[in-house]
Design a protein around this ligand. Sequence first.
Ligand SMILES: N[C@@H](CCC(=O)N[C@@H](CS)C(=O)NCC(=O)O)C(=O)O
Length: 209
Amino acid sequence: MIELFSADTPNGKKISIMLEEINFDYKVTKVNLLEGEQFKLEFKKISPFSKIPVIIDHDNNREPIFESGAILMYLGEKSNKFYEKKNRLKINQWLMGQMGYIGPMIGQHHQFHHYNPGKSEFGEERYFKITKAIYGDLDERLGQSKYLAGDNYTIADIATWPWIARHEWHDVGLKNYKNLTRWYLEIAKRSAVIKGYKFMNKELEIPLP
Ligand SMILES: N[C@@H](CCC(=O)N[C@@H](CS)C(=O)NCC(=O)O)C(=O)O
């Protein structure tokens, strides 16, 4: 059994979606970020940067795994799904692009544009522009390729999709990016994605463009 320490955020949803996709037995332990539970000493022992998600694989060595990209790689290797050996170099590139660029930049866009509008014109403009560029870059890639890393759905798509699922906060206009919309809607139809998306709130519906 996998224990998932998480919250209802894009990084949190990456792992619930993956666990649903590979059909592993898991239980969710909620970390209340608004109440600062991530900073508790007990949690810091399993997550050195005080961030969700973290997993503990109770069937393996029970060593906690932090960082969503590392968790996806672990689960991909363990299940032998969505992380094909012969395509790993491509998958890793798109996964690292999500981890190092897409997530952190769109995360800043959420901070300036969604949570704190009016506080910094520079921050709002900078991250709006970068988010728009990311939509354009993903649209271009998905015009050449069915999924981010090639013909098959992989952990790179699983890492990226929950960030685009926040499109209503971005105000970039997802429907103007037709390849990205095609990919987004196709993934949104997967039953594991629908289940994983609702992992903390059964009422939640995937926002359509
Ligand atoms: N690179 C990390 C980022 C994780 C992250 O930023 N998690 C956020 C929620 S989406 C968090 O725990 N925030 C709590 C805080 O910053 O205090 C990963 O992908 O796992």
